[in-house]
Design a protein around this ligand. Structure first.
Ligand code: PLP
Length: 369
């Protein structure tokens, strides 16, 4: 079986993890946390990094730190992971959805403008699958209407927009270090910002809102969103190789593209836009309408060929859990709906070898012939 994702952990990971064990520093109090936060902040060009236990709670903390609550609207793509909308809903605020661009798979900025109301407080930008959202028009809209930008850069380690690092655009930005991201800590996430008061709020929310002077006395409700020293040890070792990993992912994407570009019945990831070259977080494939089966059937057929795959995101407006809350009922976003039904991704992990990419590509051709 060729797995859909296998991480690459053959740098200093063992050495740094052994240091945790040898020194006994395994909790969030250990020294790798601060080192990892500082190195990530430097890599992304931000003042502050706040390490947390995963990318989803990074979004929860971001939304809460901005003070978003009942009556506030946050515009975001329907085509994303539930973490984005869940963070807004849990804070008591309202997610407002837009459709995606069928070519870049990122949120349609023209629709963002149409969804701004007097209640809109923020735009949650989500960079999808390897290409960043076109940020200039988003920043222009945010400035014009006095909106905050929350930037979900979970899939964008090492990517840039017009030469500037992804994760440097939000008033508050977030990353994930799940094993399928370009760098991993097993589970993990980070919040990035240049605003000291937002950084302090996130640090407090991460650590149960303990008061520095009166530890077990609370003025606010927080969470335990802390990352362990062992996760940060992995993260530091991974971060040392970010450039190499991004270059490798690009080579993998290019190899898939050259092997599959002449297959007539599929859409491949866009190689580049005027503002960024794809870093292929995953290598997505969307079946054209003439293919007589959908993504789920395609994934079954690939499984029979011993090739792992995963479906694309299922749109937020088609989630029963949100319908039960009275959200997005009868809303339609045809691009997101089509991508969910026709899209899937093939093995794209950093440990994937060129000969495996050939095997996967042959299997994709076979199931389509
Ligand atoms: C992976 C991912 C997340 C969530 O990260 P976890 O660490 O798995 O919680 C959030 N947003 C996007 C766009 C992601 O791809």
């Amino acid at each position: 079986m060729i797995l859909v994702n296998e991480p690459l952990l053959d740098g200093n990971e063992k050495k740094y993890l052994n240091e945790c064990i040898d020194t006994g520093w395994i909790s969030s109090e250990g020294p790798f946390i601060k080192a990892f936060e500082e190195k990530m902040a430097a890599a992304v060009g931000r003042k502050f990094g706040i390490a947390v236990s995963n990318g989803s709670v990074a979004l929860d903390a971001a939304v809460l730190a901005l003070g978003l609550s009942k009556g506030d609207e946050v515009i975001m793509p329907s085509f994303t992971i539930i973490s984005c909308a869940a963070a807004v809903v849990r804070a008591g605020a309202t997610p407002v959805l837009v459709d995606s661009d069928p070519v870049t798979w990122n949120m349609d900025i023209n629709q963002v403008a149409e969804k701004i109301t007097a209640r809109t407080k923020a735009i949650m930008v989500v960079h999808i699958y390897g290409l960043p959202v076109d940020m200039d028009p988003v920043i222009e809209l945010a400035q014009k209407h006095g909106l905050k930008i929350i930037e979900d850069a979970a899939e964008m380690h090492g990517q840039t927009y017009k030469g500037r690092p992804a994760g440097s655009f939000g008033d508050i930005s977030t990353f994930s270090f799940y094993p399928n991201k370009h760098i991993t800590t097993g589970e993990g996430g980070m919040i990035m910002t240049d605003d000291e008061s937002l950084a302090n709020k996130c640090r407090s929310l991460r650590n149960l809102c303990f008061l520095p002077e009166k530890r077990f006395y609370h003025e606010e409700l927080g969470f335990n969103f802390r990352m362990t020293n062992m996760q940060a040890a992995l993260g530091l070792a991974q971060l040392e190789r970010l450039e190499e990993f991004v270059a490798k992912k690009r080579r993998m994407g290019q190899q898939y593209t050259s092997l599959l570009k002449d297959v007539p019945s599929i859409q491949l990831p866009l190689e580049k836009t005027t503002y960024a070259d794809n870093i292929y977080w995953v290598f997505g494939i969307v079946l054209n309408d003439e293919v007589p089966f959908d993504a789920f059937e395609a994934m079954k057929k690939l499984g029979a060929e011993k090739i792992g795959s995963r479906p694309f995101f299922w749109p937020m407006h088609e989630q029963p859990v949100f319908h039960k809350l009275g959200l997005f009922v009868n809303e339609q976003y045809p691009v997101a709906e089509r991508m969910a039904r026709r899209g899937f991704y093939v093995p794209s992990g950093l440990a994937l070898k060129p000969e495996q990419i050939v095997t996967v590509s042959e299997a994709v051709k076979k199931i389509l012939s």
